[in-house]
Design a protein around this ligand. Sequence first.
Ligand SMILES: [Zn+2]
Length: 219
Amino acid sequence: MFIGHFGAGLAAKKVASGVSLGTLFLAAQFLDLLWPTLLLLGVERVRIVPGATEVTPLVFTHYPVSHSLAAVAGWALLTGLVYLLIRKDRRGAIVLAALVISHWLLDVIVHKPDLPLYPGGAARVGLNAWSSLPLTLAIEVPLFALGVWLYARATAPVDGIGKWGLAGLVVFLFAIYLGNLFGGPPPGVAVIAWAGQLQWLLVLWGYWIDRHRCAVIHT
Ligand SMILES: [Zn+2]
C-alpha cells in the first residue's frame, strides 16, 4: 500500500487541525520510512520475485522491527509521546499514534500473510488484496481521494503555494503509485531502499504545503 497511507495522513487533518500535514505523513508512513534504513543496515530483508503477487513483486521475508504488531504499538506510543512532550497537544498525540497503527492495519488488508504479530513469532497475518489489481485499486484509490477531499475541506490555501503545492503533491503521489504498479520490478533491493528514503521529501512537502494553508472551521 502506498497512496492509501498518505490518504490516511491527509484525512487526519480533519480531526487534528493543529498538526502539520508533514507530521501526519510522518506518522502515517512511519513504518515505511523506517523500513528502508533497516534494509540498508541488513536488519530487515526483502526479496524481489516478479509475479509474487498481482500488484507487487516484493516478498517481505523479514521485517519484525518495522512491521510486527508489537513493534508497531511501540512506535505508535513513542510517536505520540514525543509529540506530546514537544507540542503539549494531547489530541494531536493520540491522532498521530493512531496513524502509526493505521499503517499496519492498512498493510494487513493488502499484504500476503507476511506481517508478524511480534518479533520472533511464527504467526503471520495479511488478507492479500494484492492478489487482485482491481481490488487493490478499489481499496486504495478511494481512500486516497477521501483523504485529499477531507484535507482540502479542512484547510484553505493562503497563497498560490498552498493551492498548487497541494495539487502538485496529489498528482505526484498518484504518478509514483502508477509507476510502482505498472513500471516493472525494481532492479535490486538497494534501489528499493534508496527510493524509499526519498519518501522523506514527501514529508517535507507536507510541511511546506501546510505552512501555506490555514485551518477552516466548518459550522
Ligand atoms: Zn508498510
